[in-house]
Design a protein. Sequence first.
Length: 601
Amino acid sequence: MEQKNLILAIVLSAAILFGFQFFFAPTPPAPSSSQTSGQTTASGDVMTPSPSADGSQPSIPGSDATIPGQQGSGQVAAGQSREQVIDASPHIPISTPTLEGSISLTGGKVNNLILKKYRETIEPDSPHIVLLSPNGTAHPYYANFGWTGQVEGLAIPTAETVWQADGQELSPGLPLTLSWDNGAGLTFQRIFEIDENYMFTVTQRVVNNSDRAVTLSPYGLISRTGTPDVLGFYILHEGLIGVLNDALVEIDYDDLQDTGVESEKTTGGWIGITDKYWLVALVPDQEMPVDTRFVYNGKSGVAKYQTDVLYQGMTVPAGGQSHVTSRLFAGAKEVVLLDDYEETLGIKRFDLAVDFGWFYFLTKPLFYALHWLAELTGNFGVAILLLTVAIKLVFFPLANKSYRSMAAMRKLQPKMMELRERFGEDKQRLNQEMMALYKKEGANPLSGCLPILIQIPVFFALYKVMFVTIEMRHAPFFGWIQDLSAPDPTSILNGFGFLPWGVPHLGIFDLLNIGVWPLAMGITMYLQQKLNPQPPDPMQAKIFLMMPIVFTFLLAQFPAGLVVYWTWNNLLSILQQAVIMKRAGVPIGRGPASANTSSSS
């Protein structure tokens, strides 16, 4: 019975990992993170937040509301490239160590951003990641700010308003002010500042030189046209996201298509749209109440998604001015940077933009341990090796106890065989005699599965770190492993890289793509298994024999960093177990039959 429980425990462990691969594993990503399914040929309408009639308290209209003047502005010009669309209208350049792009003077939109630190593939000449693009391109994605309200006889800026700039560039330490005079006493200003990373600070100001007070509600929005190609991965959220009222809100694209509008009032937090590695998010003033929305509009035949924040109405007295300051994050979800923004800018739970999942309490500390070790060594692969040693030290007492018990079990193999020969027909008596023998010798028949089971939570957390953190993206190890977040690029089908073709993609038969590291993992798992007490039952022995083969095929599809971890962990376990067996006087590498023969002689 105990051996059956052992088999069951190990099979369940394998089932967990198989479930990981076949139910959760990602499909190959799209060539560009900003790519959407299909070409955008309809208008780039966005849905504007608007206040109530008296301007006192904002209300949320239906998703069919549009900003005036926006109709038709998203039409793709035939034969025009992204660069030609941008050059066709006035823009002010953005230049930082991490970003390049521009702000459109038409509408004052942040609609052109390229991430200078990140490329689409590991090739050095691969294109940089394009994050934001203007209307008129294939995949419009941008942020905008403005004021809304019912001001009789007074014009307010629209998406077609052409702003005047006071400078030639926006860069760290060099702010940019856009101004527009409505000709009736109101001057609107947007003051953009940017740091050396991905955070914009946007101050919206209204100067009232008219003879009457006006009430306006400032807003900010992020608009994305087209449904992006997502990985469809259960443990990774891609879509609409925010922290509202201190709670994480995640909405998939298809779910928002069903509901149309999701709205909530909040004070503090943030709201935006996330990809696997990239985020565009609005951060309102953390002390002011705002109305937030997630909006979908598909009436034009093209999916449009929007997140927005709407402040309460602000009364600007005659001869006075009013302003509000918001922030816009547009860039890579670097964990350390997000934590720094959370601390220095007071952005509530900003680190939740990275999908650490339910095991946040384990996954995030594991990331920081890897990050610290990588900074010391300069290599995330070496950091994984060192972290594995640290984990082994943490579990050292537990593993030692397990291995001592397994050594005792292996030493008892001849006596167990004798009991089976004597009481093989009487199962109840056999179990009683077995239990008495285990108790007398201090052996635990379930100890063999413990080393595998205690790895599962760490394996899961490390899998999350490998998969969701951008720090692991394109992180090299040594030799042919140039991306620890991707599977081993070698395969038996291309001679482990020696034949002049890449690894073929065969759909479900990708399981045949077994690289060098997965093979090394399988061999070390087999060697470790040979140190364990072998099941006397032939069927159970065959199941045990199959486990290294099954795990080899399975882990070949996992990120290379995980396979490196598992292989190195196996080697350390073999060393630890061999030392314990030697001290216990148990022969290494001898099966039950040979042990029995030795005993009888």
